[in-house]
Ligand binder design. Structure first.
Ligand code: FES
Ligand code: FES
Length: 165
């Protein structure tokens, strides 16, 4: 099939991408932009591994076609969470988002396959609700499946990040 040109804004940068029109946002991010942090999971809308933010709202990129997005839509992937060049003064180190730090400290990532999607769902939550209750956290990540952690460490990491912000 013939590729078509798409305009996409991802992690604050504009891209012109040649992609097959039936390819999902997940496929375009991973295969055309090499942003492989967003994970292929079920591709059926059931696991949340492919979660990215569109204008701050979590969406399942496996069920989203780039053509569905507004031209000015801002897509944020897990690669956009850490901010390059915002480490210690004078360094070009990357500063992790408080959620990434808390996930590492609390052991909330084991195999790590669910982690990018979890982080994006948690970011959307904290951006709109800086001090969520445990129930609100559970609700916010209810579409993100984790086979490893039993969720408690993930809840605790999100609470820790909320306190750190
Ligand atoms: S890969 Fe998108 S929901 Fe599972
Ligand atoms: S850490 Fe392995 S699936 Fe969540």
């Amino acid at each position: 099939m013939t590729k078509e040109l798409l305009q996409l804004r991802v992690n604050g940068e504009s891209h012109t991408v040649a992609a097959e029109p039936h390819h999902t946002l997940l496929e375009v991010l991973r295969e055309e932009l090499q942003l492989t942090g967003t994970k292929h999971g079920c591709e059926l809308g059931e696991c949340g591994a492919c979660t990215v933010l569109v204008d701050g709202v979590p969406v399942l990129s496996c069920l989203t076609l780039p053509a569905q997005l507004d031209d000015r839509a801002e897509v944020t992937t897990v690669e956009g969470l850490a901010r390059a060049g915002e480490g210690a003064p004078g360094s070009d180190a990357t500063m992790l988002h408080p959620l990434q730090t808390a996930f590492a400290e609390e052991g909330a990532a084991q195999c790590g396959y669910c982690t990018p999607g979890m982080l994006m769902a948690a970011k959307a939550l904290l951006d709109t609700n800086p001090r969520p209750s445990r129930d609100e956290i559970a609700h916010a990540i209810s579409g993100n499946l984790c086979r490893c952690t039993g969720y408690t460490a993930i809840y605790e990491a999100i609470e820790k990040a909320a306190q750190a912000r």
